[in-house]
Design a protein around this ligand. Structure first.
Ligand code: SF4
Ligand code: SF4
Length: 252
C-alpha cells in the first residue's frame, strides 16, 4: 500500500491525520522522534536583575521556562539561543506578551499567560536565553503531545440474530443495523473498547483493524506546527539511519 497522510481535523493547536501504508513500528518511531528528537526553543537561562513581586525568583524562573516560544526551525540549530527581555513596572499584571525578543522572528507563542503581579512602585527586570533543544533533555522542549490508534473494522457473522444489543451499548454511537448486518458507520469514532463484541450473546461480532491504517493525533505546544513537527521528526530519523549506515560500513 502506498504511503499517504491526510489532515482530517484541525482546531486550535490540535490536528488529526489519517495515515495509510505504514506499520505500527513506523508510527511509533515517528511518535518517539517527535517527542525526543525534534528541537524547539524554550527558556533555559534566566538572569533576574529586579524582582519586587511576591513571587520567589525560582518560581518565576520555572514559570518562564515552561512558556511556549514560537520557533524559527530553519533559523536556529540545536544548542543555539536567542535573548529575551522582560521589563515592567507596577501596578500591573505581567503577561507573556510583555516579553520582548531580540530576534523579530522569535516570539512567545501564547501572549495571554499571566506570569506575576506587580503593585505600585514594584519592578521586574529579567533577561533570558531561549535555547534550541529537544525533548530528551527536558519535557519543556517537547514540541507536541502525539498519539496514534488503529482503525476498527467491525462485522457481524451469520450467527447474528439482529437483536441490536451491540448497537445500543456502543458508547460512541457508531454502529447501525443495516439489512440484518451490523455496520460500523464511523471508523474514526470507534475507540476499540470492545463493549459491542463483549455484549453479543451469539458471539457474532468480530472486531479487526484496518491493515496499515492509523489515526494520528498531534497537539502542539505552540513552538512548531504539526506539519513542522512531523517533517523534523522524519529528518531526525533519516539522519539516524545514515549514521547507522556508516556504522555498518565500518564493520570488518
Ligand atoms: S449483539 Fe450480536 S446478535 Fe445482536 S445484533 Fe449485535 S452482532 Fe448481532
Ligand atoms: S469497539 Fe466500542 S466504540 Fe467501537 S463500535 Fe464497539 S462499542 Fe462502539
Amino acid at each position: 500500500m502506498a504511503i499517504s497522510i491526510k489532515k482530517i481535523f484541525e482546531k486550535g493547536s490540535t490536528s488529526k491525520f489519517l495515515v495509510k501504508g505504514v506499520t505500527t513500528t513506523t508510527m511509533n518511531a515517528v511518535r518517539r522522534s517527535v517527542m525526543e528528537e525534534v528541537p524547539c526553543l524554550a527558556i533555559e537561562n534566566v538572569s533576574i536583575y529586579a524582582n519586587d513581586s511576591v513571587m520567589f525568583d525560582e518560581f518565576l524562573a520555572h514559570r518562564l521556562g515552561m512558556l511556549p516560544i514560537k520557533t524559527d526551525a530553519k533559523g536556529y540549530k540545536q544548542g543555539e539561543s536567542v535573548k529575551l527581555v522582560l521589563e515592567k513596572e507596577g501596578p500591573c499584571t505581567v503577561y507573556s506578551k510583555d516579553i520582548k525578543s531580540t530576534d523579530p522572528k522569535i516570539d512567545v507563542a501564547d501572549k495571554k499567560i499571566p506570569i506575576t503581579k506587580l503593585s505600585k512602585g514594584q519592578n521586574l527586570k529579567i533577561e533570558m536565553d531561549a535555547v534550541m533543544q529537544s525533548g530528551k533533555e527536558h519535557v519543556k522542549w517537547q514540541p507536541a503531545i502525539i498519539a496514534y490508534q488503529e482503525l476498527a473494522a467491525i462485522e457481524s457473522t451469520k450467527d447474528c440474530n439482529a437483536c441490536e444489543e451491540c448497537v445500543k451499548i456502543c458508547p460512541k454511537n457508531v454502529l447501525e443495523l443495516k439489512a440484518k448486518k451490523v455496520v460500523l458507520t464511523d471508523p474514526l469514532g470507534c475507540i476499540l473498547c470492545g463493549a459491542c463484541r463483549d455484549t453479543c450473546k451469539q458471539n457474532a461480532l468480530k472486531i479487526n483493524v484496518e491493515p496499515e491504517t492509523f489515526l494520528l493525533m498531534i497537539e502542539t505546544q505552540g513552538a512548531l506546527t504539526a506539519k513542522e513537527c512531523l517533517l523534523m521528526a522524519i529528518t531526525a530519523l533519516k539522519n539516524k539511519s545514515k549514521e547507522f549506515d556508516k556504522a555498518i560500513l565500518k564493520i570488518e
